[in-house]
Design a protein around this ligand. Structure first.
Ligand code: GZL
Length: 335
C-alpha cells in the first residue's frame, strides 16, 4: 500500500519539476523577446494622469511583448531620479520618463546614456543641454491648447456683445515649470497682450490638484469679498483644479458657467469635466490626449526594427464647448 503512495508522490514531484521547468523554459525563451521598459510616472495627481498611466500599462503589457516596471514618483523629482537609477541598475531595455518639470534632468539622463539605455520622454518635456540624452518625445502641443482656449473665448465674448468690455481673468496655474503650465500660461498671456481690455487679476497655483485649487480659490474669494473686484473668466489649467475652483465658487454662492455666469475654461477634457460641460458648469473643455501608451509601444517597436523615428510625436487635441457638447460625444470618449 505504501509503495502505491510512494509512486504517486514521485509522479507528482516529477510533474511539478517538469511543469516548473517547462514553464521556466517557455517563459525563458519568451523572455528573450520581451522588451523591458522602466516607466517613471509623475504621480497620480489628476484624472488625466490616471488615464495616462492606464494607457501606458495597457500598451506595454506582456501580451504585447513588454515587461513594464512602473514607478509612481508621487510628484517628487527626486523620486524620479531614484526610479531612473533603479532602471539603470536593472539594465532595462528602455526608460520612459514623464518628467514633473522641464529642468534638472541632465545628470541622470547622462547616466542612462552612459549605460546605453535609450530614453523616451512622454507628456511634459525636458530642457537639457544635449538633445541626444533622449531619443523621442510624445505629447501634446500645449501652446496650441492655450490658443484654442483664448480664440474660443474671443468668439464667446463677441457672441455676448462683450468684445469691448473690461474682462477680468482669474488664472489658476498648474505645476510651475511643467511644460503644460509653461505653454498653457503662454497661450493666455499672448492673448491678454493682444486684447487691451483683458486683464489677469490674479494668478493662483493649484499644482494640478483639486484640493490645493479649492484652498487657494477659497482664500482668494474671501480676499476680494471686500474689494468689490469682479471675475469674468476663470482659466484653469486642468480639470481637477477646476473642480476645486467650482467647489469654492459654490460655497461663496457665486454663479458660474452657462450664458450668464463666470466663464469657466478648463484643460484635459476628462469624462467628468465633459459631464459638467454638458450641464453648463464648465463653458470650455480643451482636450489634452493622455493616451500615449500605443504611440510609445509603436515607437519602441520601430526602433527595435532598426528605424529612426522622428524626435517628436504630437498627439492631436480638440475642444468641447458647453453650447455644443452632447451625450453622444461623451459616450464615445476613451477616458
Ligand atoms: C498635461 C499634463 C498635465 C495635465 C494634468 O499633458 O502634464 O499634468 O493637464 C496633469 O492633469 O496633472
Amino acid at each position: 500500500m505504501a509503495k502505491k503512495y510512494f509512486f504517486i508522490a514521485m509522479a507528482v514531484i516529477i510533474m511539478a519539476i517538469f511543469g516548473l521547468t517547462g514553464c521556466v523554459n517557455v517563459a525563458d525563451s519568451e523572455k528573450k523577446d520581451i522588451i523591458v521598459v522602466g516607466f517613471s510616472q509623475v504621480g497620480s495627481e489628476s484624472s488625466w494622469r490616471v488615464a495616462n498611466s492606464e494607457s501606458m500599462k495597457k500598451a506595454l503589457c506582456e501580451e504585447e511583448g513588454f515587461e513594464l516596471i512602473f514607478d509612481d514618483a508621487k510628484q517628487k523629482q527626486e523620486n524620479q531620479y531614484k526610479a531612473i537609477r533603479n532602471f539603470i541598475q536593472q539594465q532595462v531595455d528602455y526608460i520612459v520618463l514623464a518628467p514633473i518639470t522641464e529642468n534638472g534632468w541632465d545628470d541622470v539622463l547622462k547616466e542612462a546614456k552612459q549605460a546605453g539605455i535609450p530614453v523616451i520622454i512622454v507628456d511634459r518635456q525636458v530642457d537639457v543641454s544635449d538633445d541626444s540624452l533622449y531619443i523621442n518625445w510624445v505629447g501634446s502641443d500645449f501652446l496650441q491648447e492655450g490658443k484654442m482656449a483664448t480664440e474660443w473665448l474671443e468668439g464667446e465674448l463677441e457672441e455676448r456683445g462683450r468684445e469691448n468690455d473690461e474682462i477680468n481673468i482669474l488664472h489658476v496655474r498648474g505645476t510651475n515649470g511643467a511644460t503644460a503650465q509653461i505653454f498653457r500660461t503662454k497661450g493666455l498671456q499672448d492673448a491678454v497682450d493682444e486684447h487691451i481690455n483683458w486683464n489677469i487679476v490674479s494668478v493662483l497655483d493649484g499644482e494640478y490638484t483639486e484640493a490645493l485649487a479649492y484652498e487657494v480659490t477659497k482664500e482668494y474669494l474671501e480676499k476680494i469679498q471686500d474689494t468689490g473686484e469682479t471675475i469674468d473668466v476663470i482659466y484653469s489649467e486642468n480639470d481637477n483644479m477646476t473642480f476645486g475652483v467650482l467647489k469654492a465658487l459654490d460655497e461663496a454662492g457665486i454663479e458660474y458657467g452657462g450664458e450668464d455666469g463666470i466663464i469657466i475654461i478648463s484643460f484635459d477634457a476628462v469624462r467628468s469635466s465633459l459631464e459638467r460641460c454638458l450641464v453648463g458648469d464648465i463653458n470650455l473643455c480643451v482636450e489634452c490626449n493622455p493616451l500615449h501608451g500605443p504611440r510609445v509601444a509603436n515607437l519602441i517597436r520601430s526602433i527595435e526594427a532598426g528605424n529612426t523615428p522622428s524626435k517628436r510625436s504630437y498627439v492631436s487635441d480638440t475642444y468641447f464647448s458647453y453650447d455644443s457638447i452632447t451625450h453622444e460625444v461623451i459616450d464615445e470618449r476613451a477616458y
